[in-house]
Ligand binder design. Structure first.
Ligand code: HXC
Length: 260
């Protein structure tokens, strides 16, 4: 379906991949309130959809997203942004329980880079460019850029990007670990969908647990993280899919997961 700013669809042979394409081409997918609301609604729908096991978020060939909408932000005042609903739809992506793959071609700048980093895996096209140019506007990254970029690529590289507004190429982004793979531009989305189909083929309850445990690595000390992981690991023994997975291996057959 085509909203004002976002196209949503289901992809994959089994139609088990939720697909969200930012489609505000004229403004290089600048992330206005309306666009982020549509993304948030699409995530609500895919999260409810029992068939969807993984989600792909992409933009256009020239721009994944060139950041928050500067024209929309321009005249805002402190009291309004502090107390108001500005940016209220931005956290939705980071709170998604199902795995999300960002397929990034072209510009991923400012908020565009930040929403890519809210995803679980980033695939990049050869023309992708990542950056946090907020300093040029007299502001700073406000949707996780200063925090997630540090964790993704380390302090020195993150500081350099944030303090200079320089952009990082897809190749550099892969080398520094921000991106897991780089593809020719016309293959980025297909490769993301292929990987999403693979993930969606496993138990959804197990993939959600994997995601939860990996994300804990960002929040907890090693001891706490290991403890959390162990508890989640133990919890898999309460699922039918854990039993099915191990039984199927023993019986030399493919498992049939029921997401229970
Ligand atoms: C609003 C934007 C925009 C943006 C591009 N456009 N980025 N509009 N907000 N972030 C619009 C332009 O105004 C223009 O519309 C059209 O998209 C095409 O852009 P051009 O600049 O003409 O294209 P080009 O010369 O190819 O340059 C591409 C670009 C440049 C390098 C990506 O557009 C650019 O620098 N954009 C801003 C990048 C940025 O600073 N992002 C961070 C935003 S702050 P018109 O109608 O004029 O032709 C941010 C903070 C997040 O993200 C904090 C938490 C939310």
């Amino acid at each position: 379906t085509e909203g004002q700013y976002v196209i949503t669809d289901k992809k994959g042979e089994k139609q088990n991949v939720g697909f969200i394409q930012l489609n505000r081409r004229k403004a290089l997918n600048a992330l206005c309130d309306g666009l982020m609301k549509e993304v948030s609604d699409a995530l609500d729908a895919f999260e409810k959809d029992k068939d969807v096991g993984c989600i792909v978020l992409t933009g256009g060939d020239k721009a994944f997203a060139a950041g928050a909408d500067i024209k929309e932000m321009k005249d805002r005042e402190f009291a309004e942004v502090y107390s108001g609903s500005f940016l209220s739809n931005w956290d939705r992506l980071a709170r998604c329980k199902k795995p999300v793959i960002a397929a990034v071609n072209g510009y991923a700048l400012g908020g565009g880079c930040e929403i890519a980093m809210m995803c679980d895996i980033i695939y990049a096209g050869e023309n992708a460019q990542f950056g946090q140019p907020e300093i040029t506007l007299g502001t700073i990254p406000g949707a996780g850029g200063t925090q997630r970029l540090c964790k993704a690529i380390g302090k020195s590289k993150a500081m350099e990007l944030i303090l200079t507004a320089d952009r990082m190429t897809a190749q550099e982004a892969e080398k520094s670990g921000l991106v897991s793979k780089v593809f020719p531009i016309d293959q980025t989305v297909n490769e993301a969908i292929k990987t999403a189909e693979k993930i969606a083929g496993f138990s959804k309850i197990t993939s959600a647990m994997c995601k939860e445990a990996v994300n804990a690595a960002y929040e907890l000390s090693l001891q706490e993280g290991l403890h959390f992981e162990k508890r989640i690991f133990h919890a898999t023994f309460a699922t039918a899919d854990r039993k099915e997975g191990m039984t199927a291996f023993s019986e030399k057959r493919k498992p049939t997961f029921t997401d229970n």
